[in-house]
Design a binder for this molecule. Structure first.
Ligand code: PLZ
Length: 444
């Protein structure tokens, strides 16, 4: 059992990256494709709770959870036990060949806990991008239409279809061949950057106007949107935006897909981020990242009649819903169900919100504080303007990394710092990490 093998404290014992990490990085440069980036070449050996330990023995406070994956905490005791037991019993059959119970149980739990008071079904895959790909396949099959609407600042993955759905072509799509057809971007509600006083309903009307003019509803299968955008910089749409969109979609026979890959599964202080938005009614959800404590598994969950539109044999893949990953997901979902996890995300949201707002009041380089629960962000600008300030973010990220705090940037303009701590983090550790950030701000 890995419990308590990693002290929950920050400890910087070498430069970061230290000598062992640097040596490993040399090996990597020789062996690994240059295409796989290296945001922080610190090689991690073990982790528990909210602390990751590198090859040189540095203990870093993790405020990123591997981009929102180890939400339940690193090497969570329940996940470790579930994986160890499952791996000794059964590692693979291929669910569509000879099935097993764990897959069905994950689907039952997701059907139960996703929002929407209707009969739901699910299907499992390996990655977020694969879930998005399949949600689009299912929506096209169900509607017999092709068009897909996505939003400015969106991120949906790195496969051919999903990189086309991303807002930024660099670095995701540029040079990687033809983009997928029938994808149209429309404006997102971005309260910090939209014209002052623009309501959510007005922002939705702006998007709908684009959809009607640029795409038309005739061949529109689905709109796909992150209810709180992840890579785009934790953009929370204005109240009424999502409701107006889903009302319009349903009046026009268009399927609504909520990409909850980054924001879902207890992260925002609700089971799913969609629950923060009154009247917003997605038909399908894509779910991944935080669902299995670090094991690779993803899902599409939604209205049973849409989910059943695919002919038998139309959906699948060798590893989708792998027994070990599924056992980890069952453990995570049941731990959330048992209570305390969602409440912890809410408490962390309060702590983060209070501290980040205090920083904003003090440092004019911070233009905006936003998010819900343990998914909060700071947007940096040149003081007194809306001009994105990537330079400040780069300096702060570097300062935090050298001082043993793993922090992530985000945003279309790379001018956002996002906070995605494991929910297992203590108040004391989170405060300490924010103190390190503040030292960096004071030094800017
Ligand atoms: N949808 C909303 O956030 C993944 C990307 C990391 P995969 N975001 C992190 C990187 O640089 O590759 C993401 C997301 C949303 C889909 C995805 C894709 O999920 O599991 O990375 O395929």
């Amino acid at each position: 059992m890995s419990e308590f093998t990693v002290a929950q404290e920050r400890k910087v014992v070498t430069s970061i990256p230290g000598p062992k990490s640097q040596a490993l990085h040399q090996r990597r440069l020789d062996a690994v494709s240059a295409g796989a980036g290296a945001a922080l070449p610190v090689y991690i050996e073990k982790a528990h709770g909210a602390i990751i330990v590198d090859a040189d023995g540095n203990h870093m406070i993790d405020l990123g959870s591997g981009i929102g994956v180890t939400t339940i905490g690193h090497t969570n005791a329940g996940v470790v036990k579930a994986v160890q037991e499952q791996v000794a019993n059964l590692t693979h059959t291929l669910f569509t060949l000879t099935p097993y119970e764990q897959y069905v149980e994950v689907c039952e739990l997701l059907n139960k806990h996703t929002p929407g008071n209707f009969k739901k079904k699910s299907v499992l895959f390996n990655s977020g991008a694969e879930a998005v790909e399949n949600a689009v396949k299912i929506a096209r099959k169900a509607t017999r239409k092709n068009g897909i609407v996505v939003f400015d600042h969106a991120y949906h993955g790195r496969t051919n279809l999903t990189f086309t759905m991303n807002f930024k072509s660099a670095p995701y799509g540029n040079g990687f061949g033809p983009t997928a057809p029938s994808i149209q971007h429309v404006p997102m509600s971005y309260p910090y950057r939209d014209p002052q006083g623009m309501t959510g309903v007005e922002a939705a009307q702006r998007s709908i106007n684009y959809i009607e003019k640029r795409v038309g509803v005739e061949d529109l299968a689905a709109i796909v949107i992150e209810p709180i955008q992840g890579e785009g910089g934790f953009i929370v749409p204005a109240e009424g935006f999502l409701k107006t969109l889903s009302d319009w979609a349903h009046a026009n026979g268009v399927i609504v897909i909520a990409d909850e890959v980054q924001a879902g599964v207890a992260r925002t202080g609700k089971w799913f981020a969609s629950e923060h938005f009154e009247g917003w009614e997605p038909d399908l959800f894509t779910i991944a990242k935080g669902i299995a404590g670090g094991m690779p598994i993803s899902a599409v969950t939604g209205r049973a009649e849409i989910m059943d539109a695919s002919h038998p044999g139309g959906l699948g893949g060798t590893f989708g819903g792998n027994p070990v990953a599924a056992a980890a997901a069952v453990s995570v979902l049941k731990e959330i169900e048992a209570g305390g996890v969602i409440e912890r995300a809410q408490e962390l949201g309060k702590l983060l919100g209070d501290r980040l707002n205090a920083l904003k009041a003090k440092y004019p380089v911070i233009g905006d504080v936003r998010g819900h629960g343990a998914m909060m962000a700071l947007e940096f600008v040149e003081p007194g303007t809306l001009n994105p300030n990537k330079d400040a973010v780069d300096k702060l990220v570097k300062h935090c990394h050298s001082n043993g705090v793993l922090i992530l940037n985000a945003g279309t303009y790379y001018n956002v710092i996002r906070f995605l701590p494991p929910l297992a983090i203590s108040d004391a550790l989170l405060n300490e990490a924010l103190d390190v950030l503040e030292e960096g701000l004071a030094a800017l």
